[in-house]
Design a protein around this ligand. Structure first.
Ligand SMILES: *Cc1c(COP(=O)(O)O)cnc(C)c1O
Length: 390
């Protein structure tokens, strides 16, 4: 049978029809421990009672009104994100790529407003991933994403991730901003050397540039802090969020200081669906849980246990895994066999993982995962190691 779907994904044959907490159930009724979490999206697992209740309640009241009117749920989410971050203002959209687009528009508009419209270029880093629109593939700079899509959108200069000297040398009279993932996700859970983010902050301050953090994957508690940049004590001027923010409901957000967003005046940006009451209600419900006292402490506790157990596997099976890396529950296992083999074998044994660049298998449990679920995952991975290591 020919598929009615564009074949843009190499999908597995699995289909799920139900989820509960850290588990997914396929259409045959088989249970999987979901340490893929919809690629770091299902931050609170599946069918979280509070999210379900809020979604049901809002669904019976109001879905969409457009940004022609006040949206109280949007005001509330904006207020809470601003209170919990460096930012003064938020713009809501529907995906990570759109949040990045907003960040890039803010950077260009900032310099335009200051009388320097020639400053429109943004410095990005090798191995980056910022989305799949024409502009965000240009920002990411991956040849495999750009091929066949015509002239690459102009305005990006790329240097080696972690290389402050190269970043400094690439800044020119047209540079507007530096954009970076605090930890590269799709690129393979790559953490830059200590001091890198701080160094970028200094470069931006010295050169009048905006610093943009792409926290689409690292944000919303994934690393054990609400935002990954908190670990470094460095604040950006602009930040993109999406993935975990809606717990599975599509939503993106771009946060900024009022200085950075000063020239984003009426008419300069917009989104039909962005910030609608339904999405806002769900994201507020996610925040209810993630901001609860002790929630991120528990994430760090479980992450610590998982990291320790994975390090044990790396030590015991060096022919399968050579390194565990990442922060919190944003974890990468560097594989010595093809990562696809590890991921398939794990899936056959009931554990879902996600591939990443550089032959890495990503381990992305929902933030609500328990230590006993971690033990179950380790037991499966140990079986996988025995199979693949022999
Ligand atoms: C997933 C991701 C994006 C793109 O998000 P979409 O919702 O797929 O557009 C951008 N940046 C990072 C770091 C991501 O992980």
């Amino acid at each position: 049978m020919t598929s009615p779907l564009m074949p843009t994904y190499a999908r597995s044959d699995l289909a799920f029809d139900r989820g509960e907490g850290a588990y997914l159930f396929d259409t045959q009724g088989r249970r999987y421990l979901d340490f893929a979490a919809g690629v770091a999206v299902n931050s609170l697992g599946h069918a979280h009672p509070h999210l379900v209740e809020v979604l049901r309640d809002q669904a019976g009241k109001l879905w969409h009104t457009s940004n022609l009117y006040q949206i109280p749920e949007q005001e509330r989410l904006g207020e809470r994100l601003v209170a919990a971050s460096f930012a003064d203002q938020a713009f809501f959209c529907n995906s990570g790529a759109e949040a990045i687009e907003c960040a890039l528009k803010i950077a260009r508009r900032f310099h335009y407003g200051k009388g320097a419209p020639e400053r429109f270029r943004v410095l990005t880093f090798e191995g980056a991933f910022h989305g799949r629109t024409l502009t965000t593939i240009a920002a990411g700079g991956q040849p495999k994403h750009l091929e066949g899509f015509g002239p690459t959108v102009d305005g990006f200069d790329q240097v080696k991730f972690g290389d402050l000297k190269a970043a400094s040398e690439a800044i020119g009279p047209e540079t507007a901003a530096i954009m970076v993932e605090p930890i590269q996700g799709e690129g393979g859970i790559c953490t830059p050397p200590p001091g890198f983010l701080k160094g970028l902050r200094t470069l931006c301050d010295d050169n009048g540039l905006l610093l943009i953090f792409d926290e689409v994957q690292t944000g919303m508690g994934r690393t054990g802090r609400l935002f990954a940049h908190e670990w470094d004590g460095v604040e950006p001027d602009v930040m993109a969020l999406a993935k975990g923010l809606g717990g599975g409901f599509p939503i993106g957000a771009c946060l900024a200081t009022s200085a950075a967003a000063k020239f984003m005046t009426p008419g300069t940006h917009g989104s039909t669906f962005g910030g609608n009451p339904l999405a806002m209600a769900v994201a507020n419900a996610v925040l209810d849980v993630v901001l609860e006292d002790g929630f991120l402490d528990q994430v760090r506790r479980v992450a610590g246990a998982l990291n320790q157990r994975l390090s044990g596997l790396v030590a015991a099976y060096p022919g399968v895994f050579s390194e565990v890396r990442g922060t919190g529950l944003l974890i990468g296992l560097h594989c010595e066999v093809p990562n696809t083999q590890v991921i398939e074998a794990a899936r056959d044994h009931g554990l879902l993982l996600v591939p990443a660049g550089g032959n890495v298998a990503r381990v992305l449990p929902p933030l609500i995962a328990s230590e006993s679920e971690v033990e179950d995952a380790i037991a499966i991975l140990e079986t996988v190691c025995k199979e693949l290591g022999s």
